[in-house]
Write a protein that binds this ligand. Structure first.
Ligand SMILES: [Zn+2]
Length: 140
């Protein structure tokens, strides 16, 4: 909560039942240094102070949820690509490795991944836990 000290005559956002909205109000009376009565600057109604509703940000949380769902989807897809492969059979990534789609590789940064496609002469798309990365390699 804010430590701001209010005084009569100050402006404050409050809920107005007449306007059915959060509007700017002028403080009319305080009790124990707390805002008690306010006058709505929109409709002029004087009523008990009701704190302004903190507007939720559903858009943001929805974006976060979408992002989380996307990560889960990528992880699920990654697990599908790995298909319970034994990490011990993975080839350690190097730029000189001979890449072929389907090969399981172990990358020092991205971890375990499956080569999904290769592009001559030296690129491959690898599906890692956090999505597809394009890596250098040797395509024969
Ligand atoms: Zn009002």
């Amino acid at each position: 909560m804010s430590d701001k000290q209010f005084a009569a005559g100050d402006h404050i956002d409050a809920k107005c039942t007449k306007c059915k909205d959060t509007t700017n109000h002028t403080i009319v009376a305080l009790v124990d240094e707390k805002v008690a009565r306010v006058e709505c600057n929109t409709c002029g109604g004087i009523h008990n102070y009701r704190p302004a509703t903190v507007k939720k940000t559903p858009a943001k949380s929805r974006a976060a949820a979408t992002k989380a769902a996307k990560i889960n989807k990528i992880e699920a897809e990654w697990e599908g690509h790995l298909d319970n492969a034994d990490p011990a059979t993975a080839t350690t990534y190097s730029m000189k490795m001979a890449a072929k789609p389907g090969i399981l590789i172990q990358h020092p940064t991205f971890g375990l991944g499956r080569i999904i496609s290769t592009t001559k002469p030296n690129k491959m798309d690898v599906f890692f836990r956090d999505g597809v990365k394009i890596l250098r390699c040797t395509v024969s």
